[in-house]
Write a protein that binds this ligand. Structure first.
Ligand SMILES: Cc1cc2nc3c(=O)[nH]c(=O)nc-3n(C[C@H](O)[C@H](O)[C@H](O)COP(=O)(O)OP(=O)(O)OC[C@H]3O[C@@H](n4cnc5c(N)ncnc54)[C@H](O)[C@@H]3O)c2cc1C
Length: 442
């Protein structure tokens, strides 16, 4: 069957728009489907701190330039810990991401996608079925208003968020773990800002909070609280949220600000990791991996996973118009994407998922956080890791651990050192990293 499109992308948000733009830039014909009909619709449940790891992708799609024009904040962060503030040195040339409200980001991304030659944005199109030939996915079907539609392509990409329809219909295997914190946030105008417009992240053990400046003088303030305190917030959300954010150590001066939104939040947000590809289908963004909002990796990984997928598959898809069966080449390409996704996100997500249990700090966390609070070089290292610009192995490399030891004036226990060195009774190296270095990040 001849295809009008080389690829169908379902969901026009952070992941889907990025993928559509990148595919079209490489010559592919893209159908970008979005169930919401309003081009200015945006995701509400998000505090939109986009990590620096996505900066190169945002430059490539043209989003970075658009965000700067829209007044997005070039972001950095300071971190409150019981050892004091971790303040990474900062200058204008530091690698950064952006903080920008979704009401600005989402319409802008969608416009950028719609105006990219080769992208056919179809708003108000809801996918509710996959077309199959033998065991392959070969297209989608759904509804647009009262009409039904069907589209064919050699690859269907689910960029349709944490409850992904494409993932469910394709039968993607999923692993879900608990999140033992809940979160509520609100927007303020007039909140005094800190040095470098830095976001402030509070490690209150086990609770967390963050205060993040955005465009247009607006700041988002989030309380990320252990579920032990659920009743307190259920009984009196307004009172509990206000008391929580006003009691932050060295916290912002709320008396000088005006709250301009409702208190928005979610009580239960489990983390879900899915196998991100199969015959004729692939998943990106939250559809592939819904991590903990506390780590603020969702938007960056949505854009980066789009980039990994497009890099691996665009050649196979644009060659699919040639005579002959292209399925094997497409499957090989999505197989490479699957491996890349696991390699890039796996160890980070393991740490994040472990920290989401809201357990007390472990030895490595105490060791690395205290070093970062005491030493500017370690503060920069800590921030680079939190910005997902560094692997877990790099974060805890032997020379770094030696430096932390000097700064702290004491070392790690023999047992932990043996684990870091990959010795003793433990599974293969990378698995040990995931399990044993658990929780060394926010
Ligand atoms: C409380 C909270 C705070 C967060 N804070 C941050 C943060 O500070 N920084 C950060 O990076 N991330 C944060 N995140 C995570 C971030 O919001 C997501 O990771 C990100 O939006 C994922 O983008 P996506 O494109 O994969 O999915 P989504 O943004 O969820 O988009 C999915 C799209 O698919 C469409 N769709 C769904 N089903 C269908 C269908 N059947 N047919 C057609 N279209 C469909 C939807 O309408 C939507 O447009 C937060 C999340 C929460 C819950």
């Amino acid at each position: 069957m001849s295809n009008a499109y080389d690829v169908i992308v379902n969901g026009a948000s952070a992941a889907g728009c990025t993928a559509a733009i990148l595919y079209a830039q490489r010559g592919a014909r893209v159908a970008l489907l979005e169930r919401r009909a309003d081009p200015s619709a945006h995701k509400v449940l998000c505090t939109h701190y986009i990590q620096a790891s996505a900066h190169p992708v945002m430059v490539e799609t043209g989003l970075a330039a658009e965000l700067e024009r829209a007044g997005a904040i070039a972001n950095t962060a300071h971190y409150w810990t019981r050892w004091g503030w971790i303040q990474p040195p900062h200058d204008e040339t530091s690698t950064h991401g952006y903080s920008v409200r979704r009401q600005t980001l989402d319409p802008l991304l969608r416009r950028l996608a719609a105006t990219t030659k080769g992208v056919d944005l179809k708003l108000g199109h809801t996918v509710n079925g996959l077309l199959r030939e033998a065991d392959r996915v070969v297209g989608v079907e759904g509804t647009a208003g009262r009409e039904r539609f069907a589209l064919h392509a050699p690859l269907v990409v689910g960029a349709d968020g944490k409850d992904s329809t494409v993932a469910q219909l394709a039968g993607a295997a999923a692993e879900t773990t608990d999140n033992n914190r809940f979160s509520y946030f609100a927007y303020f105008r007039g909140l005094p800002r800190h040095q470098d417009n830095a976001a402030r992240v509070y490690y209150l053990e086990p609770d967390n909070a963050y205060v993040m400046p955005n465009e247009d003088g607006v700041t988002v303030v989030a309380a990320v609280v252990s579920k032990d305190r659920l009743e307190e917030f259920k009984d009196d959300l307004e009172g509990a949220y206000t008391k929580f954010v006003r009691s932050l150590p060295d916290g912002p001066d709320f008396d000088r600000a005006e709250r301009i939104s409702k208190i928005i939040g979610t009580l239960n947000y489990p983390l879900t990791s899915r196998v991100p590809a199969g015959p004729g289908w692939a998943l990106i963004g939250d559809a592939a991996l819904t991590s903990d909002p506390l780590s603020a990796v969702g938007c960056a990984w949505a854009m980066q996973s789009a980039h990994w997928l497009v890099t691996e598959t665009s050649d196979a898809l644009t060659a699919a118009d040639q005579p002959g069966d292209s399925s094997a080449a497409v499957d090989e390409a999505t197989g490479r994407y699957r491996a890349r996704h696991a390699q890039e996100t796996g160890p980070h997500h393991h740490l994040i998922a472990d920290f989401a249990t809201a357990r007390p700090f472990n030895e490595i966390e105490e060791f690395s956080f205290s070093a970062a609070a005491r030493d500017p070089e370690m503060a920069a290292h800590f921030h680079t890791f939190g910005s997902r610009l560094m692997t877990v192995e790099e974060f805890l490399a032997p020379d770094v651990v030696a430096h932390m030891e000097k700064v702290n004036g004491h070392g790690l226990s023999e047992e932990t050192l043996r684990l870091l060195a990959g010795e003793g009774e433990q599974p293969p190296r990378h698995t040990a990293t995931q399990d044993e270095f658990a929780g060394a990040t926010r």
